[in-house]
Design a protein around this ligand. Structure first.
Ligand SMILES: Nc1ncnc2c1ncn2[C@@H]1O[C@H](COP(=O)(O)OP(=O)(O)OP(=O)(O)O)[C@@H](O)[C@H]1O
Ligand SMILES: [Mg+2]
Length: 262
C-alpha cells in the first residue's frame, strides 16, 4: 500500500505518518517511511536516535552528481533522465522496529521549468518507491503535493489530507484536492485531527461534503505535554493510538488489494 499524507502546516501530518507507520509495522508489514518535508521531523517523531544527523538525499551532492551526471546547482540542460535509484533505499535509510526511514530533502520549485539534478533524482526515487516496491510506503509531505507527478500519482493508493477544525486547513484541503485532480490522482481522503467536540467533527464533515473521511483523531493535551517535555510522542496518548488503528483498518478496507506489477 502506498500512502501520501498532506495538509496545511501544523495539522498533524507527521504525527499521523508516524503512528500509521508504527501500526503497519506492528501488524507485520515492511514499512518505508519517507520524510518529504524539507523541514524534516519524521525521524524524531518516530523516535530514531540522532535525527539531526540524517542527511537528506537532495543534499548528498556527490550522490546527486554520480547518479545524474550533473553537479547540484549547476545549470545543465542535460542529465540522465532515469538515474539509478533502486539501491538507494537500502543504502540511505535507517531502520528501526520494522520501519525504514528516508529523508528526501528540498524539492526546488522552479518557475521557469526546473532542471535541477536534485529534483530529477528525487522524482526518480519516489517513482521507484511508489511504483516498484512491495513495502508499505508512507510519505509525509508538506502542504502541497509537488513531489507527485502524473507518472507517480496512479501508484498512490490513498492521498490523505489532514484537516483540523478551522477554515484554513479546509481551504488547503480543497486546494490539494484540485492539485490531485490535475495530476489524475483520485484516491483522496480526509482525516480530521485535533477534534475537541462532536461539533468539531460535524463541522468538518459539513465543510468537506465531497470528501471521504477515514477517521477522526481527538485533541489530546498529553501529546503537547510529551512534546514539551521531549518525551516519546507516539506512546503518549492511548486514545490517539486507538483512533489511528481505526484509520488503519479503514485504509485496509478502503484500498482494494492493489494489482501487483509483474
Ligand atoms: N491530536 C493532537 N492533539 C494534540 N496535539 C497534537 C495533535 N496532533 C498534533 N499535535 C501537535 O501539533 C503539532 C503539529 O503536529 P505535526 O508536527 O504532526 O504536524 P505537521 O502537519 O506535520 O506540521 P508541519 O507542517 O510543521 O510539518 C505538534 O506539536 C503535535 O505534537
Ligand atoms: Mg510535519
Amino acid at each position: 500500500m502506498k500512502i501520501a499524507i498532506s495538509g496545511k502546516g501544523g495539522v498533524g501530518k507527521t504525527l499521523l505518518a508516524s503512528l500509521l507507520s508504527k501500526t503497519f509495522a506492528e501488524a507485520g508489514y515492511s514499512v518505508i517511511a519517507i520524510d518529504a518535508d524539507p523541514d524534516a521531523n519524521l525521524a524524531s517523531t518516530l523516535g530514531f536516535p540522532e535525527p539531526d544527523k540524517i542527511t537528506p538525499i537532495s543534499e548528498m551532492k556527490e550522490l546527486v552528481e554520480e547518479r545524474t551526471g550533473v553537479k547540484p546547482g549547476q545549470a545543465a540542460p542535460f542529465f540522465k533522465l532515469n538515474p539509478k535509484v533502486d539501491d538507494l533505499p537500502e543504502k540511505y535509510s535507517l531502520k528501526q522496529n520494522g520501519i525504514q526511514l528516508m529523508a528526501m530533502g528540498r524539492i526546488k520549485k522552479g518557475g521557469t521549468g526546473c532542471y535541477c539534478p536534485e529534483n530529477a533524482l528525487l522524482q526518480a526515487l519516489l517513482a521507484h518507491l511508489l511504483v516498484a516496491r512491495d513495502e508499505v510506503v508512507i510519505l509525509d509531505m508538506e502542504a502541497g503535493i509537488e513531489h507527485l507527478g502524473r507518472g507517480t500519482a496512479k501508484a498512490v493508493d490513498k492521498l490523505i489530507v489532514v484537516v483540523e477544525p478551522g477554515r484554513r486547513s479546509i481551504e488547503t484541503a480543497y486546494r490539494i484536492g484540485k492539485l490531485a485532480q490535475d495530476i489524475g490522482l483520485q484516491n483522496i481522503a480526509v482525516v480530521g485531527n485535533k477534534i475537541r467536540s462532536e461539533s468539531d467533527r460535524e463541522s468538518l464533515i459539513s465543510s468537506l461534503p465531497s470528501f471521504e473521511f477515514l477517521g477522526f483523531i481527538p485533541y489530546d493535551q498529553a501529546i503537547v505535554d510529551a512534546d514539551l517535555a521531549n518525551l516519546p510522542l507516539l506512546d503518549s496518548s492511548q486514545q490517539i493510538i486507538t483512533e489511528v488503528r481505526n484509520i488503519y483498518q479503514a485504509l485496509l478496507s478502503s484500498v482494494q488489494t492493489p494489482n501487483t506489477i509483474n
